[in-house]
Design a protein around this ligand. Structure first.
Ligand code: FES
Ligand code: FES
Length: 140
């Protein structure tokens, strides 16, 4: 298995000790849920964000049914987006994650799952927010 040696310590660390594994209550109005799949391999990632009244991500959880690089990418992504605004979080590219974790080119699609999952969670949050009654809505 010669490709193993290409893996950076950081990948193994996030793989062995994934951060922020779990779920947030999907029905909460301030929670956005992203669920995405990688067509190349069939791996699936769920990532959820909770957004505070200032429009910042206050909590984030993930569950990944996939390879080690996908697990490491989602774990890393959850640490990265906490405290960011939705706009900032939506700008994180999979190539940033891949570079940070030193993923080999064949594993680029694994980090793409994490980018897609965050954007999908943001889109879900925004969709829910636009449907909220005005009396409950936030201006931010
Ligand atoms: Fe190494 Fe799939 S586990 S390429
Ligand atoms: Fe498909 Fe990693 S091999 S997400």
């Amino acid at each position: 298995r010669p490709h193993i040696r290409h893996y950076h310590e950081k990948v193994l660390d996030h793989y062995n000790t994934p951060r922020n594994v779990g779920s947030l209550p999907k029905s909460d109005v301030d929670v956005g849920t992203g669920l995405v799949g990688a067509p190349a391999c069939g791996d699936v990632m769920k990532l959820q964000i909770r957004v505070d009244d200032k429009g910042r991500i206050s909590d984030v959880k993930f569950k990944t049914f996939g390879c080690g690089s996908a697990i490491a990418s989602s774990s890393y992504m959850t640490e990265r987006v906490r405290g960011l605004t939705l706009e900032e979080a939506g700008k994180i590219r999979n190539t940033d994650i891949a570079r940070e974790l030193c993923l080999p080119p064949v594993k680029l699609h694994c980090s793409m799952l994490a980018e897609d999952a965050v954007r999908s969670a943001i889109a879900d949050y925004n969709k829910k927010k636009s449907k909220r009654p005005l009396t409950l809505g936030q201006d931010a």
